[in-house]
Ligand binder design. Structure first.
Ligand code: XCC
Ligand code: SF4
Length: 663
């Protein structure tokens, strides 16, 4: 059900609030208390600190002040932003590259336990890559796709393969500016070179390369990560799952998978269901094995397997405080170092698995796709054998909600006309008619510098009221799922036009598209909306906006920047990492608007964020000569179908509302 949130100064999630109280009682620090005890550095916070060489660090705090090398504030702020974008792009893309290596190993028969689960997606990706599909055996084709993907990471000249997926007009914009990405590797290396002391000094020139670097993530590393994950593990379609800390079980072995990659977690899902390990859990006195996730590993296995989600970024420490987690298994990205110390205060085994990420205090069981099933079993066994070590203190907040995730681009296409007539026509027509005013992508992190989940959930509710369709990924998606916004019931927030369309097509008004790398799904959705007809010829023509309301990571900056470079006006909350420089703020605002047709803005005030977004959507509608948005034109729509569906049990309800639903 749609839940009213409990607003405190720290979070809108009652489960989180309950465990924060538990943390205080236990005298345990968390990101919330660290943040409260330490103000952000006022110099670094808005881009005024340079530590790119050892003549510094230089702190440019007075008007006109320069670094020892003569660098101006503009140059320093631009360089810092460019470097952050490169780091974010690297994180997504290194993940994408590993997916390509896994596909290669699978195709060669070197990765037992894995297979191509979606040969249909494999064929369509091969076609997009210009590979002849013919009647090639699946693994031969998979090898060609893997080779082409790997080539995309290492090629030094030319264009990324997926550039051709963007609207033709967008490609022209990129070529005209000289920012068509060559490869992730080339653009990231060049960013680091340009921002080394004494190289690129012109802020506009630095920032233009930042656009190119971000594009190599969005249309390269991330898009390949998404596509290859779909090929290996299946393209998501709607399924039913549960979310929030109440998914932890007091009488079962709880294993939490946290991080970003689906490769090992898919195997752990299988291992946790094996009769041998379930029996072993029973012999240890547990009723079974309960698997759930945090952050984007959670989103990956949620989208495809319906595995429940314990929470988003700021819930990771709190999950340990429940005293019920036998193992927290982590791979890469967004894993707080504090988990090392924290887990040692409880019986929880923190298990690192990536050759790239060790945490002091953790047990390292290195993942290797050539031996994945054994490694997954070893991890689950370790968790099971840890069950008797619980100390008896159990604090599981009794808070869960249901959600329906699984909206891939392919499924959104399919649900608008079935397998043979799939298209974006109904959605585009609804936008043209003004039933749907526009669309918003609300994505990104949590940040204890702002009330946990508050802006994510505020914006989404307001967008629905204003007939704006919402697509989500990452921790923002989890935030909204927790308060029931990813169910048909969320329709009660929707304006009449949006509601009518969602009922007719059979979708909820808030669509969960997946993990952080799956923001690339939003690019493919927007491309199709932009080229389907009636809404211009480019992503920049569409009445859409992008948001990262509670951002904190460098990956979020890369995502936001590739959205802008793709033509989407994007607003970040919390605060600006370049706010110290008016010139850089202008360059990424009106400067990028002139160059790529969209601006990047930082706006901490949620009401202002909303107002700016709606004004932008209406301006884009006007530019397309669409009817002005007028909610009174669409009166009481027939919500009979929703009401009937709501009266059914949960499993049948989802099928009634969303059509094809996985078991
Ligand atoms: Fe990390 Fe992907 Fe941010 Fe959440 S949303 S805090 S990056 S887990 Ni991408
Ligand atoms: Fe200071 Fe210039 Fe060195 Fe940066 S690169 S630390 S501004 S001297």
């Amino acid at each position: 059900m749609v839940k009213e949130t409990c607003v405190t100064t720290r979070t809108v999630d009652p489960a989180v609030e309950m465990l924060l109280e538990e943390a205080a009682a236990l005298g345990v620090s968390t990101a919330f208390s660290w943040a409260a005890a330490m103000a952000p550095c006022p110099i670094g916070e808005n881009g005024r600190c340079c530590k790119n060489c050892h003549m510094g660090p230089c702190r440019l705090v007075k008007p006109g002040q320069r670094g020892v090398c003569g660098a101006t504030l503009e140059t320093v702020a631009a360089r810092n932003l460019a470097r952050a974008i490169a780091a974010g792009a690297a994180a997504h893309s290194d993940h994408g590259l590993d997916m390509a290596f896994t596909l290669e190993a699978v195709a060669r028969g070197d990765a037992p336990g894995y297979e191509v689960r979606d040969p249909h997606k494999l064929r369509s990706v091969a076609e997009l890559m210009g590979i002849h599909v013919d009647s090639k055996p699946v693994n031969d084709l998979a090898l060609e796709v893997a080779d082409r993907a790997i080539e995309n990471f290492r090629q030094m000249r030319g264009e990324l393969t997926y550039v051709s997926r963007a609207p033709a007009k967008r490609q022209e914009v990129w070529r005209g500016l000289g920012i068509t990405p060559r490869s992730v590797t080339r653009e990231i290396v060049e960013t680091l070179h340009r921002t080394h002391i004494g190289t690129d000094q012109d802020p506009e020139h630095i920032l233009r390369h930042a656009l190119r670097t971000a594009l190599s993530d969005g249309w390269g590393g991330s898009m390949l990560a998404t596509d290859i994950s779909d090929i290996l593990f299946g393209t998501p379609s709607p399924t039913v799952a549960q979310v929030n800390l109440g998914v932890l079980k007091d009488d079962e072995v709880n294993i939490v998978i946290h991080g970003h990659e689906p490769t090992l977690s898919e195997m752990i899902v299988a291992a946790a269901q094996s009769p041998e390990l379930v029996d072993r859990a029973r012999s240890q006195g547990a009723a079974g094995i309960n698997l759930c996730g945090i952050c984007c590993t959670a989103n990956e296995i949620l989208m495809r397997q319906g595995v429940s989600v314990a929470g988003n970024f700021l819930s990771q420490e709190l999950a340990l405080l429940t005293g019920t987690i036998e193992a927290m298994v982590v791979d890469v990205q967004c894993i707080m170092q504090a988990l090392g110390d924290l887990s040692s205060r409880f019986h929880t085994r923190l298990i690192t698995t990536s050759p790239k990420a060790d945490i002091t205090g953790a047990t390292h069981i290195e993942f290797d796709e050539h031996h994945a099933p054994e490694i997954a079993r070893e991890i689950v066994r370790l968790a099971v054998d840890n069950f008797p070590n619980r100390d008896g203190r159990v604090v599981i907040p009794p808070v869960t909600n249901d959600l329906v995730p699984g909206f891939s681009h392919e499924y959104i296409n399919y649900m608008q006309g079935g397998a043979h007539r799939s298209s974006f026509r109904p959605l585009n027509n609804a936008v043209i008619a003004g039933r749907i005013r526009g669309a918003a992508g609300v994505v990104g992190c949590n940040n204890p510098r702002t009330v946990h989940d508050e802006t994510h959930t505020y914006l989404v509710r307001e967008f629905l009221k204003n007939d704006v369709l919402v697509v989500m990924t990452g921790c923002g998606a989890i935030a909204n799922a927790k308060c029931g916004m990813m169910l048909g019931e969320a329709m009660e927030y929707a304006g009449p036009g949006l509601r009518e369309v969602c009922e007719a097509i059979g979708i909820p008004p808030v669509l969960h598209l997946g993990s952080c790398v799956d923001n690339s799904r939003i690019l493919t959705v927007l491309t199709q909306m932009g080229t389907e007809g009636g809404l211009g010829q480019d992503i920049a023509d569409l009445p859409v906006v992008g948001f990262a309301p509670e951002w904190m990571s460098e990956k979020a900056l890369s995502i936001g920047t590739y959205f802008v470079a793709s033509g989407v006006y994007t607003i970040f909350g919390v605060g600006s990492p370049v706010g110290g420089s008016d010139e850089v703020t202008r360059l990424i605002g009106e400067g990028w608007e002139k160059q790529v047709g969209a601006r990047l803005e930082f706006e901490p005030d949620p009401q202002q964020m909303l107002a700016k977004a709606l004004a932008h959507i209406d301006a884009k509608r006007a530019a397309l000569k669409l009817a002005p948005y007028n909610p009174s034109r669409f009166g009481a729509s027939g919500d009979r179908r929703t009401r009937e569906a709501m009266a059914l049990p949960m499993e049948e309800r989802a099928t009634a509302l969303y059509g094809r639903v996985q078991a």
